[in-house]
Ligand binder design. Structure first.
Ligand SMILES: [Zn+2]
Length: 96
């Protein structure tokens, strides 16, 4: 069963005001109200493990915007664009 995420439109209780996830059958209707407090809720597009950048995305543009892009490989992270450190795992301030 897929997991859906809901959040209160406004107000709500501790459970729904920050958003919550619930497993529902794909054929079930979307919830309209919080199961705990009855506040109006809406479905949030679920976060997804796989991020696919839009076609207009480019690492050069990301670097121009001040980001550093890394590619994950079995050996660790490899910098592919930007001004950030070559190996971010050894240069994050405050970490040993
Ligand atoms: Zn609630």
């Amino acid at each position: 069963m897929p997991t859906y995420e809901y959040i209160a439109d406004e107000g709500g209780c501790e459970y729904c005001s920050q958003g919550f996830e619930i497993r529902q059958n794909i054929r079930e209707r979307a919830l309209k109200e919080c199961p705990k407090c009855g506040a109006a809720i809406r479905k949030v597009l679920s976060t997804c493990n796989h991020y696919s950048p839009s076609p207009s995305f480019s690492y050069d543009r990301a670097a121009d915007a001040g980001f550093t892009a890394y590619e994950r490989s079995p050996k660790g992270l490899k910098k592919i664009a930007g001004d950030g450190p070559a190996d971010p795992s050894t240069s994050i301030e405050g970490l040993p």
